[in-house]
Design a protein. Structure first.
Lengths: 308, 134
């Protein structure tokens, strides 16, 4: 049997080492300590992934607070990009169980600038509440994919998300989740982030044009519109799906019951239709977008023990 | 509440948790069956394995195979590729089997989760009284 060796030709370009890593944004506010969650998130990446160089993008205030009060940040982050952030009012209603809500400022207006901020050639951008518990996402770094995201998601009960998180409105375009974005620094990927920035700058027009609900600036919607425009206004596979068929998420009304380990967590899944009902669900070796941030804070110490 | 109904609801909750647990195991098995080869993403399922073996049996050394993202990938060495597929498939299915056996043997939510919530003093007292009554 013939055995062909397909080693790449050594050229000048091949000598340059390709860097890869995981980036995340964190801007503290009076309600949520984002950088505290970012440290946990980064340490989870370091524990479970092979491509585990991490970069935090934050503002001077949050950076100073982190350096003052969180010695573990040195272990969690390999790079820190500090950039002043314009305070644009963007209020988000957060839930902690079906019975408690609170409002907080949501700073997400510069997420489209990740292309400039990222120090890596191959970047995985994750939200600080996306808790990595396996090495599945390592696969994307070894593929020839330039741009990948999740377009499907399922909650802890294996149900689909709210209809507004499947399509931007009934009969509207597909929603892509900006929770996890993989990109290579290519002109093609840059184009997407540029369109995303354009959508953000003309938010009211696109809100009217695409007819989506709410007043909050949602990066999921902005990136979905950018993909739709880039696709030539129809649905195709220009943007790849990340490994795994969907993104698992914990709803804001769900809770965490117990942490066996960083990859073995028991959640309390709330019934969306009958809010007084809950079910315990055990997640083993699965990445979960933990939307109820207060639930992470309640189990923070135990979770940190598992990743350090 | 009628005791029969209470037991039935308890069993119903157990069945729901069991169902979700099994779905999660299937998802884990699917994730583990993913094989990355020559920049293509393949699923090490019986169809891909059988197709690769069929090509080898027909005397092919290399072939174009469409990956799970609908991208045509040139597989230079089908034998090597088959080994990768079988490895991933065996690993995923063996782990699925072990986890499924564990779940199958669990007859209540407590053993499914391998966790028991801490009881407060009032609950402990109530439980002690109930046990004493028996």
């Amino acid at each position: 049997m013939k055995k062909k060796k397909n080693s790449p030709k050594k050229t000048q370009e091949n000598k340059k080492e390709i860097t890869s890593g995981v980036c995340m944004f964190a801007y503290n506010n009076d309600q949520i300590n984002y950088v505290k969650l970012a440290v946990l998130c980064a340490l989870s990446v370091k524990k479970h992934m092979k491509n585990n160089t991490t970069c935090l993008i934050t503002d001077p205030g949050t950076d100073a607070y982190m350096k003052e009060s969180m010695p573990l940040h040195e272990k969690a982050f390999d790079h820190i990009v500090v950039t002043p952030i314009e305070k644009i009012p963007n209020t988000r209603v957060n839930h902690d169980s079906p019975y408690y809500t609170f409002n907080s400022q949501f700073t997400n207006h510069n997420k489209d600038q990740i292309f400039q901020f990222s120090p890596y050639d191959k970047t995985l951008l994750i939200d600080i509440d996306f808790m990595v518990a396996n090495n599945l996402l390592d696969q994307i770094f070894d593929s020839n994919v330039e741009l990948a995201m999740y377009s499907d998601a399922k909650n802890l009960r294996n149900d689909n998300p709210h209809p507004n998180e499947i399509r931007l409105h009934r009969g509207g375009i597909n929603m892509w989740w900006s929770t996890v974005i993989y990109f290579e620094k290519t002109p093609y990927a840059k184009l997407l982030f540029d369109i995303w920035g354009h959508v953000k700058d003309n938010w009211d027009f696109y809100k009217f044009r695409y007819n989506f609900p709410g007043h909050m600036f949602r990066t999921d919607y902005a990136v979905s519109i950018a993909i739709h425009i880039m696709n030539g206004m129809f649905e195709n596979n220009m943007v790849s799906t990340l490994p795994g068929t969907f993104m698992r998420f914990q709803d804001q009304k769900d809770d965490i019951l117990h942490i066996h380990n960083s990859n073995d967590i028991i959640y309390l899944a709330n019934d969306q239709k009958e809010n007084w009902k809950d079910l315990p669900v055990r997640m083993l070796d699965e990445n979960v977008h933990v939307m109820n941030k207060r639930s992470i804070e309640r189990h923070y110490d135990k979770w940190m023990e598992c990743v350090t | 509440m009628d005791e029969r109904l209470s037991r039935a609801l308890q069993f119903s909750n157990y069945r729901q948790t069991l169902h979700i647990q099994k779905q999660n195991l299937i998802q884990r098995m699917r994730n583990q069956s993913t094989v990355l080869h020559n920049n293509g993403m393949f699923v090490a399922d019986p169809t891909t394995i059988a197709y690769t073996k069929a090509l080898i049996d027909r005397g092919y050394e290399n072939a174009i195979i469409i990956d799970s993202k609908e991208v045509p990938i040139k597989i230079e060495n089908l034998e090597e590729f088959l080994v990768l597929l079988l490895d991933a498939n065996f690993k995923a299915t063996n782990e699925f089997y072990v986890a499924n056996e564990k779940v199958r043997r669990s007859r209540n939510i407590k053993s499914l989760l391998e966790w028991e919530p801490e009881q407060d003093d009032e609950e402990k007292e109530k439980l002690a009284k109930e046990n004493a009554g028996k």
